[in-house]
Ligand binder design. Structure first.
Ligand code: ATP
Length: 276
């Protein structure tokens, strides 16, 4: 495993000096400030940082949903026929009038993939997320966790160059979260897609990722990037008792704690100001 890690993979995502300034009610809000980093192909990158530090803004720029004010973003595309990215959000974003199978196959349909092929791909990922019995069900017949499974199956079925995930399990209960993390790991370890994954949970970042990028309090800058040298394939129930897990947790938390405290202090000042 150590040997595999030392092989330098080509850069898949390159972000250089990215800054985003919003104009909001006559005020300028710098959401992210001079952010630079690279993600090697096949890397699972977790992004953590205090609330409001610009994580979602960064992901939306990576998704092409938001224009940066300045800076450069490059995603190395290997196949023009595939979408550059797919995004999985915290809130369920599946289409209520379509069955599970049609939701999962939706991106393939938009790309003109024929019905037989797209059903084959969709059914593969539906099986991977344990929803085979519900392939013909509609979203209103599913629980929140099942809907999020559909979103994940759809993202992988799209076969994008990069996968962007914005706290996809934040709204789920603890048990569902663990089950879905395990399923995501299993699918990811079979596909090795390049993933950028926002989370507030250090545990989740360590369970899933190869690298954790810590962002500073508002405005968001890159504070540190830490390699998660935990063995793969990972079993979520066992990885927590690995001695490195505790060490990495402490290292990340110590770096993050100062930023969380700064963000809280700023929040307090804003609240105090609002009362005047
Ligand atoms: N469309 C917008 N217009 C104005 N300001 C915005 C807009 N989107 C985000 N912001 C501001 O940019 C900053 C970063 O927001 P963003 O949602 O990216 O942070 P975040 O780290 O994802 O937060 P959280 O962890 O709470 O989801 C915040 O101050 C936010 O108010």
């Amino acid at each position: 495993m150590g040997r595999e890690r030392r092989v330098e993979r080509p850069v898949k995502i390159s972000v250089r000096n990215l800054t985003k300034v919003f104009q909001s009610r006559g005020r300028r809000v710098t959401a992210i400030d001079d952010v630079s980093f690279t993600v090697p192909d096949g890397t699972f990158l977790a992004i953590v940082g205090p609330s409001g530090c610009g994580k979602t803004t960064l992901l939306r720029i990576l998704a092409g949903l938001e224009e940066p004010t300045s800076g450069v973003l490059e995603v190395r595309q290997t196949d023009r026929g595939r979408p550059v990215n797919s995004m999985v959000f915290q809130e369920q974003s599946i289409l209520p009038w379509m069955t599970v199978r049609d939701n999962v196959a939706y991106g393939l349909r938009l790309r003109g993939v024929d019905r037989h092929e797209r059903c084959k791909v969709a059914d593969h990922y539906i099986q991977m997320v344990g929803l085979t019995r519900f392939a013909d069900a509609y979203p209103h017949q599913l629980s929140g966790g099942m809907k999020q499974r559909v979103s994940i199956a759809r993202a992988f079925a799209n076969d994008p160059e990069i996968l962007l995930m914005d706290e996809p399990f934040a709204a789920l209960d603890e048990q569902n979260k663990i089950l879905l993390q395990q399923e995501l790991l299993r699918i990811w370890e079979g596909t090795r897609k390049t993933v950028c994954y926002i989370t507030h949970s250090i545990d989740e970042a360590l369970n899933l990722s190869d690298r954790v990028m810590i962002m500073t309090a508002h405005p968001g800058r890159v504070k540190a990037i830490i390699d998660v040298d935990l063995p793969r394939p990972r079993d979520i129930t066992k990885i927590r008792s690995h001695p490195r897990f505790g060490e990495l947790f402490e290292q990340i938390w110590l770096s993050l704690r100062d930023e969380v405290l700064k963000a809280k202090a700023e929040e307090g000042l804003v609240m105090a100001g609002a009362g005047n």
